[in-house]
Design a protein around this ligand. Structure first.
Ligand code: ADP
Ligand code: MG
Length: 218
């Protein structure tokens, strides 16, 4: 399976769509334990990304992702903009100059993205953030490396792990970000950033389905 720049462009358009569809839900989740802006923040950011895509559509995957990250940092107010922005820029560093990306390279880029979020936000697993959704998905991808399981099947299990990780934030006590100001009152609510990470992971899985279908057809 090979992921092309065109697949990545459609992935980013799909992220913008799915975030737009879930904008109010993400904002309501943030109203529970934050300042009720997560959905509007990301909707603004990914709409800005989509508006930049025509300028990079003929560029390599690294350039497309770097532009995405820089656009998120400059247009998303709030913690999530610099965090997602850093994730895309770190992934771009791993995929710099590539016209096509194979599954191993994708996994390396996702690992770098998670590391970027952890470095930037100084959070670890279990602190009720987006990391609690993303990290379990990366665990699945890493554990399957070097096995014969088809990558799409691995990715489907990774998506399920992200969803479970998102749901596992509900009973967690927030110790990072705005939700941590609530202390014990942060318990019992699903983290908005973990939820947006699940939607982004869904769009990523759809991109892989598309790339796999084309690989089968060729
Ligand atoms: P803000 O909290 O500044 O209003 P958003 O509402 O856009 O920003 O994003 C909130 C989300 O950001 C949280 O739900 C959480 O998942 C994530 N987040 C906040 N701080 C951190 C951090 N230090 N590390 C990782 N993720 C974080
Ligand atoms: Mg907020």
């Amino acid at each position: 399976m090979l992921i092309t720049a065109g697949h990545v462009i459609r992935f980013l358009e799909r992220v913008a769509q799915i975030i737009h569809t879930h904008r109010d839900e993400l904002t309501l989740l943030d109203a529970n334990i934050g300042d009720a802006d997560h959905g509007t923040n990301l909707d603004r950011g990914f709409a800005a990304v989509v508006s930049k895509l025509p300028t990079v559509a003929d560029k390599d995957v690294g350039t497309i992702l770097k532009t995405t990250g820089m656009t998120l940092i400059s247009t998303v107010g709030g913690a999530s903009g610099p965090l997602y922005g850093t994730a895309f820029i770190r992934a771009a560093g791993v995929l710099a100059g590539l016209e096509t990306v194979n599954p191993e390279q994708l996994v390396a880029a996702l690992e770098a993205a998670l590391e970027g979020i952890q470095t930037r936000g100084k959070a670890q697993r279990g602190e009720k953030t987006m990391i609690d959704a993303i990290a379990p998905g990366i665990d699945v991808l890493q554990a399957a490396q070097g096995t014969d399981e088809p990558f799409l099947a691995v990715a489907e299990r990774a998506l399920a792990a992200v969803e479970a990780g998102m749901q596992a934030t509900i009973p967690m006590l927030a110790t990072k970000g705005r939700a941590s100001y609530l202390g014990e009152r942060s318990i019992g609510f699903q983290d908005p950033g973990a939820t947006s990470s699940f939607y982004i992971a869904q769009a990523l899985f759809t991109m892989l389905q598309e790339a796999a279908a084309q690989a089968d057809a060729s």
